[in-house]
Design a protein around this ligand. Structure first.
Ligand SMILES: Cc1ncc(COP(=O)(O)O)c(C=O)c1O
Length: 380
């Protein structure tokens, strides 16, 4: 059966070069990076080289990069430690963040007497900057946590604007950049941001590894306690092969970024045009059909199908070998609807099926044609 993987915002296929590098490191760099003998030192070299590669790509210093088990841990590190160690008493976020941020903020509100405020967003998921400014004027040390690219609707945040507002109000700024890193470049010298979170499996790297950028002299203390790894900021023996795999994945992503961006953007644009031609009443969630204001890697569509068709469309797509996602990736397996779409859509829109299709360099226009054919059959 034909198989089409259009769920790249959930996770990506690992590149062959990444697998080769990881196998090499598993075989040859098995020393514990904390050991002082030559085996340990060779693992340490792999880790420090990766730190340097990441730091250079973001225009920051190596000491500002901490390896984590992925995006969720990096988000937890920023929020929990800002409250526990940096005196933050007010978290400002939005209802359309990833659960790694939302559930952490809710837990801090319940257990650490932190106030959590949600900045208003409009029906397209755009931040109300005036409201953000009002929230920043409330008393108490604030941490703003807003994501750079929304994982469900693809909206791109004006990170510079948010950073400037945070600076003006002496607030800390954490930005979940999990859907951004490896897909876009950024110079962190240009942006007032204190913490960012990234995850390797979103850019054709391995699962279970990511990193946090923590601005120099932030005063942050570790979330995970134990040994002195990661300059005392994250205890636990480093996963050397995962870290090496992340380095190769990031290098490959950035070396061919322009070319791959253009290829995937063309695919997305083709998908939108073909879908509109096949199903004229289709609509798009968030800003995902705006090629400038959303990421080129995904589109979130609201299909004008009946409730009965809506119930079975994802199941039918799966039967035809098509992988895509209802709501966010991390919710697949959960019967709950999307908390992001629930914020943006009307009740009648919510009754229609919304599906996120997300693309990578391994996809083709033939695959788009196949998916559109299958969707068209529902519309007839
Ligand atoms: C925006 C965003 N933040 C955080 C995460 C969690 O990252 P990880 O799977 O590496 O824990 C995801 C994963 O779907 C994501 O899309």
């Amino acid at each position: 059966m034909k198989q089409v993987y259009f769920d790249n915002a959930a996770t990506t296929q690992v590149r062959d070069e990444v697998i080769d590098r990881m196998i090499d490191v598993v075989k040859n760099n098995y020393g514990n990076a904390s050991s002082s003998h030559s085996f340990g030192r060779s693992s340490k070299v792999v880790i420090e080289q990766t730190r340097k590669t990441i730091a250079q790509s973001l225009k920051v210093s190596s000491g500002e990069i901490i390896f984590t088990s992925g995006g969720t841990e990096a988000d937890n590190l920023a929020l929990q430690c800002a409250v526990k160690h940096l005196g933050v008493s007010h978290i400002i976020t939005s209802k359309i963040e990833h659960h790694a941020v939302l559930h952490t903020a809710e837990d801090l509100e319940r257990n650490c007497a932190v106030q959590v405020s949600y900045v208003n967003v409009n029906a397209f998921g755009e931040i109300d900057y005036k409201h953000l400014e009002e929230l920043l004027q409330l008393k108490g040390k604030a941490l703003v946590s807003l994501m750079l690219v929304n994982n469900e609707i693809g909206n791109i945040l004006d990170i510079k604007r948010v950073g400037d507002l945070c600076k003006a109000h002496n607030a800390l700024f954490h930005c979940d950049a999990v859907q951004f890193i490896g897909h876009f470049k950024i110079d962190l010298q240009d942006v007032h941001v204190d913490f960012i979170a990234a995850s390797a499996h979103k850019f054709h790297g391995p699962k279970g590894v990511g990193f946090a950028f923590i601005r120099k002299n932030s005063g942050l203390k570790p979330l995970i306690l134990g040994g002195e790894q990661e300059r005392g900021l994250r205890a636990g023996t480093e996963s050397v092969h995962n870290i090496a795999g992340m380095e190769t994945a990031l290098k490959l992503a950035y070396d061919s970024l322009d070319e791959e961006q253009a290829y995937i953007l063309d695919l997305k644009s083709y998908f939108i045009n073909e879908l509109e031609a096949a199903i004229p009443n289709v609509t798009f969630n968030g800003l995902s059909n705006d090629l400038e204001k959303s990421t080129y890697t995904l589109v979130n569509v609201c299909l004008p199908f009946s409730a009965e068709q809506g119930q079975i469309v994802l199941f039918q797509l799966d039967l035809k070998g098509i992988a895509c996602s209802k709501g966010s990736a991390c919710q697949s397996g959960s019967s709950k609807g999307s908390h992001v779409l629930a914020e943006l859509l009307t009740d009648s829109e919510m009754r229609k099926p919304s599906i996120r299709f997300s693309f990578s360099i391994f996809n083709t226009k033939d695959e788009v044609d196949y998916v559109i054919e299958v969707l068209k059959a529902f519309n007839s």
